[in-house]
Design a protein around this ligand. Structure first.
Ligand SMILES: N[C@@H](CCOP(=O)(O)O)C(=O)O
Length: 498
């Protein structure tokens, strides 16, 4: 069963099953759903897992969670990993140093780690909508990767409509084209004048808005979300951390039960939360190392205990998917460590005062599991060049992890770095890094340049994007989002947006 991070308001049920939590992701007081208990895995589980495939392990873990989804549906959802580059190894582990391994999570249809969760999650959510004979509006806010993966998973799905919000100018060109060229009539993509935090704030306030829901309900439309505020995303984001350890075991790179480090490039903290839950379930993670770009609010939190939005504005970097200051899933860690009352206090303080401060003891508890560091674009480019020269291509988000590898890995243990996106989504930055220049390349030029220079193929799903017509070209002010959504749904707005 699932409970709420900020406690219960008396209006909602105290505990809900998985299906309820994913169909209704907004919990009391603007909080999030979390599992009441986490299942445990031990060395026997890991030993057995080392003889199994990714899909088999995924099903084992889903069964351990005992969620209210039929076995057949879980199997069909997990079978979607068969469409990845290598059906037998959807998340290959590449060794780039004696003790450093890259967990490549981007081999799905939209070339980012979001497919790992959104492919099966999309299947389960649309199955539930059909089974209940209900119509759903799914909202998504994106800084570049969640959007394309959400649209891909829900395209043409019955009973589902999707509205995806992205910051105009805040994603790479490829990421934008992956969204704006979508043809399926159940999808609407809206660019906003603002940044990712503005898009996610809009999503959260719509999820919590009684009048918005009332207008939808009048037309028998229910509301859910595809971001990692939805636990349906997180459950699948636990599994690839467990599988990374299994892959180390399979390759004889770790002794069963011995610890390893994991490094996570972080924005909305869903990936890091998945690692935290995996650690709590029993995966022997020594420490979760959090890598940020210069939007380093998570570095500050984990090193000083202060989460401070005052005197900060979001900066554009060459790792745009991490350009986030209001990081949703930190809340789930706070709840797990300090309980609902304290989480509500901290989150209320963030809303009202734009900051919160952990006590010394609380910070020490956070540091039991996490360490953090940040790097700038120049550092990322150096790493991209260094590894490209050695024959390994990593994207700018992945490159931020090298700082953590160099500075935070204190013990001689194997280290797994989560690689969140394919280089093809950020070609101009990649080409600048490789050529060591700052020429303004178009994405197409840069893709072709890299392909030629490094003898790599551009996947068809990326190369064909440039020939597709742009269908969604609307860029609106934040205040017009609600009206745009109603227009898409052919609804008349009830109150605020008139
Ligand atoms: N970095 C993300 C932002 C949204 O994160 P999510 O995990 O909550 O979906 C993106 O690329 O869109």
């Amino acid at each position: 069963m699932f409970i709420e991070t900020r406690g219960n308001d008396g209006q909602r049920p105290n505990k809900v099953p998985f299906s309820f939590a994913i169909l209704n992701p907004s919990a009391s007081f603007g909080g999030l759903y979390v599992p009441e208990n986490l299942p445990k895995i031990d060395t026997t589980f890991l030993e057995k897992a080392s003889k199994k495939s990714y899909k088999e392990i995924t099903l084992d873990i889903l069964r351990l969670f005992n969620i209210d989804i039929e076995e057949e549906v879980m199997q069909k959802a997990v079978a979607l990993y068969d469409t990845f580059d290598d059906a037998s190894e959807p998340t290959p582990l590449s060794q780039i140093e004696e003790d450093l391994f890259v967990n490549e999570l981007y081999h799905g249809p939209t070339r980012a780690f979001k497919d790992m969760a959104l492919q099966p999650f999309g299947y389960i959510l649309s199955h539930l909508a059909q089974k209940l004979n209900e119509q759903y509006l799914i909202l998504a806010a994106t800084s570049g990767d969640t959007g394309p993966a959400t649209l891909d998973t829900f395209a043409n799905k019955p009973n589902i409509k999707v509205v995806c919000l992205y910051p105009d100018g805040g994603t790479s060109d490829v990421q934008r084209l992956q969204m704006t060229t979508q043809k399926s009539p159940n999808l609407k993509i809206i660019g906003i004048h603002g940044n990712f935090d503005d898009a996610q704030n809009a999503l959260k306030s719509l999820l919590a808005s009684p009048s918005f829901k009332e207008t939808l309900n009048a037309k028998e439309i229910k509301l859910s979300a595809a971001n990692s505020v939805n636990f349906g995303r997180i459950i699948f984001q636990i599994i690839y951390h467990i599988y990374a350890y299994v892959a180390l075991l399979k390759k004889d790179k770790v002794e069963l039960g011995k610890p390893f480090y994991t490094i996570i490039p972080s924005g909305n903290f869903g990936n890091a939360l998945g690692a935290y839950y995996a650690k709590k379930m029993g995966l022997p993670i020594e420490k979760i190392l959090i890598a940020s770009n210069i939007n380093n609010i998570l570095t500050d939190l984990i090193t000083t205990g202060v989460y401070d939005l005052r005197n900060r504005s979001l900066l554009q970097t060459t790792s745009p998917a991490m350009d986030i200051l209001i990081s949703s899933n930190v809340e789930r860690v706070l709840f797990d460590k300090f309980g609902a009352a304290r989480t509500k206090e901290l989150m209320d303080s963030l809303k009202e005062n734009k900051f919160y401060t952990l006590s010394k003891e609380e910070l020490a508890q956070l540091q039991e599991d996490f360490e953090a560091v940040y790097s700038d674009d120049a550092f990322g480019k150096e790493q991209i060049k260094h590894y490209a020269d050695q024959g390994y291509i990593m994207d700018p988000h992945t490159a931020t992890c090298l700082k953590a590898y160099k500075e935070l890995k204190a013990k001689p243990l194997p280290c797994v770095l989560c690689s969140t996106a394919e280089w093809t989504k950020f070609a101009p930055t990649m080409f600048n890094a490789i050529q060591q220049n700052s020429v303004k390349y178009s994405d197409k030029e840069a893709l072709e340049g890299i392909s030629k220079a490094l003898h790599v193929k551009i996947p068809e799903c990326i190369s064909t994007l440039f020939n597709e017509p742009v269908i969604h070209n609307k860029i609106v002010e934040k205040e017009s989002i609600e009206a745009e959504i109603f227009d898409f749904l052919n609804l008349t707005c009830k109150k605020e947006c008139q």
